[in-house]
Design a protein around this ligand. Structure first.
Ligand code: GDP
Length: 138
C-alpha cells in the first residue's frame, strides 16, 4: 500500500467542485485515510513548496495557495502515487489528458485545481506534513 497527498487547491474550492473531485478519486479505488479543510499560512505554503524556492513562479504559487481554503486528503491505494498522478493529469491543463481532474477543472498551469505527491517518498513526507498518525484511519 502507498500513501499520497491530495490538496484540492483554492481555485477548485472556489469553483465548488470539491465533491466532484472527491468522487473522481474514490471511484478510482483510493481510500481516504484523513481529510480536512484548512487555510494555509504563507509559512505553511512556503515550507510545503520549499523545493520550488527560487523558481520564477514561487511567490505567485505561495500567494495562490494562501488565497482561500484548501482541502487536504491523505489517500491510500496500491500504486497510489502513479495512479493518482494519472488521475489528475499534467501540471498544465492544456497538456492534460481527457477525463483527468486538471483537464476538467484547472484553468492554468498555476491554478490547476489539485496537488499530488510526485514520489512514494514524498507521499509519506507530505501526508506527515499535514496529518499526525492518530488523525489517520488505520
Ligand atoms: P505538479 O507536481 O504537477 O503540481 O507540478 P510542479 O511540482 O512542477 O509545480 C508545483 C506547482 O507549482 C504546480 O502544481 C503549479 O500550481 C505551480 N506551477 C508550476 N509551474 C508553474 C508555472 O510555470 N507558472 C505558475 N504560475 N505556476 C506554476
Amino acid at each position: 500500500m502507498e500513501r499520497t497527498l491530495c490538496i484540492i487547491k483554492p481555485d477548485a474550492v472556489r469553483k465548488n467542485v470539491v465533491g466532484e473531485i472527491i468522487a473522481m478519486i474514490t471511484e478510482k479505488g483510493f481510500r481516504i485515510l484523513g481529510m480536512k479543510m484548512i487555510r494555509l499560512s504563507s509559512q505553511d505554503a512556503g515550507e510545503f513548496y520549499a523545493v520550488h524556492k527560487g523558481r520564477p513562479f514561487y511567490n505567485d504559487l505561495v500567494e495562490f495557495m494562501t488565497s482561500g481554503n484548501v482541502v487536504v486528503m491523505a489517500l491510500e491505494k496500491e500504486n497510489a502515487v502513479v495512479d493518482y498522478r494519472a488521475l489528475i493529469g499534467a501540471t498544465d491543463p492544456a497538456e492534460a489528458e481527457e477525463e483527468t481532474v486538471r483537464k476538467r477543472f484547472a484553468s492554468s498551469k498555476g491554478e490547476n485545481a489539485v496537488h499530488g505527491s510526485d514520489s512514494v517518498e514524498n507521499g509519506i513526507k507530505e501526508v506527515a506534513f499535514f496529518f499526525s498518525e492518530r488523525e489517520l484511519i488505520g
